[in-house]
Write a protein that binds this ligand. Structure first.
Ligand SMILES: NC(=O)c1ccc[n+]([C@@H]2O[C@H](COP(=O)([O-])OP(=O)(O)OC[C@H]3O[C@@H](n4cnc5c(N)ncnc54)[C@H](OP(=O)(O)O)[C@@H]3O)[C@@H](O)[C@H]2O)c1
Length: 287
C-alpha cells in the first residue's frame, strides 16, 4: 500500500508537474534547446519557442505539441529588441503569464581572441549577454508580482574555468553566472529564482559537438564531459528546486573547481594538465 502511494507520488512528481505553466525557451531550433523544449512539454508546460531557423523551430514545436500542450513560435534574431518584445508579448497573450524562462540561445567561438572579427564579438555579446539580461528584465516583474517564477540561464563550465581560444564566449558565460547569482540574491523570498546551469563538453549534439567532435577533437577523460539528457535533467532540477547554480559534468570537475577557487595559478596548471586549453585550440583548428 505504502509502496503504491510512493509510486503515485513519484509518478506525479516526475510526470506532468508543470501542467498549466508556461515557458519561454530561446534557441529551441536544435541542440540542447530543442531537447529542453520537448522535456518541458512532456512535463505539461505550454511553450513559446524562438530561434532564427523557422523550419527546424516549427519541427520542434510540432513534436512538443504531441504532448498535448500549446506551443507558439516566434522565429527571429533574439539580439533584436523587437523580436524579444514580440516573444514576451505573444507568450503573455497566449498563456496569460510566463512562469519559466530558459535563456538557452547561444553563440560560440573557438579562435585566438585578436583574430575574432569585432562584429562577431558584438554578435556573441548580443545573443549570450544582452538578450539574456533584457529577457530577464522583461519577465521578472510579472513573476515577482505573482510570487512564482523560474529563470534558467544556460551558462557553461567555460564561464568558470575560462578556456583559452574562447575568450568572448567564456566572458559571456561568466556573465550569466554572475547575473544569475546577483538576481537570485535580489529576489530571495519572492518565489522567483534565477539559476545558472553550467554543462561541460556535451556529447552527441550542440555547439561543441558540431565545432570540435566533428573535427576529431578528443578530450581527456579527467577533464570530463556530459550528455544532453543530463543537461536536460539539470534544467528540470533547477526548475523544481530553484538551485542557484548547477555544474553538469563527470565527477573530477568538482574538486578542480574548489581548488581553482583557492588558487587561480593552480587552476591554470590543472587546465593545462587536463588538456582543456589544447582541446579548444584544436577545435579552433590551430593545433
Ligand atoms: N554544447 C555544449 O557543449 C555546451 C556546453 C556548455 C554550455 N552550452 C550552452 O548551451 C546552450 C545551447 O547550446 P547548444 O550546444 O545547444 O548550441 P547549438 O546547437 O548551436 O544551438 C544554439 C541555439 O541557439 C539559437 N541561436 C543562436 N543565435 C541566435 C540568435 N541570434 N537568435 C535566436 N536564436 C539563436 C540557434 O538557433 P538558430 O541558429 O536557428 O537561430 C540554436 O537553436 C548555449 O547557451 C551554450 O552556451 C553548450
Amino acid at each position: 500500500m505504502l509502496r503504491r502511494r510512493n509510486q503515485v507520488q513519484n509518478d506525479s512528481a516526475s510526470g506532468r508537474r508543470l501542467e498549466g505553466q508556461s515557458a519561454i525557451v530561446t534557441g529551441a531550433s536544435r541542440g540542447l534547446g530543442a531537447l529542453v523544449a520537448e522535456r518541458l512539454a512532456r512535463a505539461g508546460a505550454n511553450l513559446a519557442l524562438t530561434a532564427r531557423s523557422e523550419g527546424p523551430l516549427e519541427e520542434v514545436a510540432a513534436r512538443a505539441r504531441r504532448h498535448g500542450v500549446q506551443v507558439i513560435t516566434v522565429p527571429g534574431d533574439i539580439s533584436d529588441a523587437a523580436v524579444r518584445a514580440k516573444l514576451v508579448d505573444n507568450a503573455e497573450t497566449a498563456f496569460g503569464r510566463i512562469d519559466i524562462l530558459v535563456n538557452n540561445a547561444g553563440l560560440f567561438e573557438t579562435a585566438p581572441f585578436t583574430s575574432v572579427d569585432p562584429a562577431t564579438i558584438d554578435d556573441i555579446l548580443a545573443v549570450n549577454m544582452h538578450a539574456v539580461l533584457h529577457l530577464m528584465h522583461a519577465v521578472l516583474p510579472g513573476m515577482a508580482e505573482r510570487g512564482h517564477g523560474r529563470v534558467v540561464n544556460m551558462s557553461s563550465l567555460a564561464g568558470r574555468v575560462a578556456p583559452a581560444y574562447s575568450t568572448v564566449y567564456a566572458t559571456t558565460k561568466a556573465g550569466e553566472i554572475a547575473a544569475s547569482n546577483a538576481l537570485n540574491a535580489e529576489y530571495r523570498g519572492t518565489g522567483v529564482t534565477v539559476s545558472a546551469v553550467c554543462p561541460g563538453w556535451v556529447t552527441d549534439t550542440g555547439m561543441w559537438h558540431d565545432a570540435a567532435a566533428s573535427r576529431g577533437v578528443t578530450t581527456s577523460r579527467l577533464a570530463g564531459k556530459t550528455t544532453p539528457s543530463k543537461v536536460v535533467r539539470a534544467v528540470m532540477k533547477v526548475i523544481d528546486t530553484g538551485l542557484p547554480e548547477i555544474y553538469v559534468n563527470t565527477p573530477p570537475i568538482r574538486p578542480m573547481l574548489v581548488l581553482g577557487e583557492s588558487s587561480p595559478r593552480l587552476r591554470h596548471f590543472m587546465l593545462r594538465l587536463l588538456g582543456v586549453h589544447r582541446a579548444f585550440k584544436r577545435a579552433a583548428e590551430l593545433d
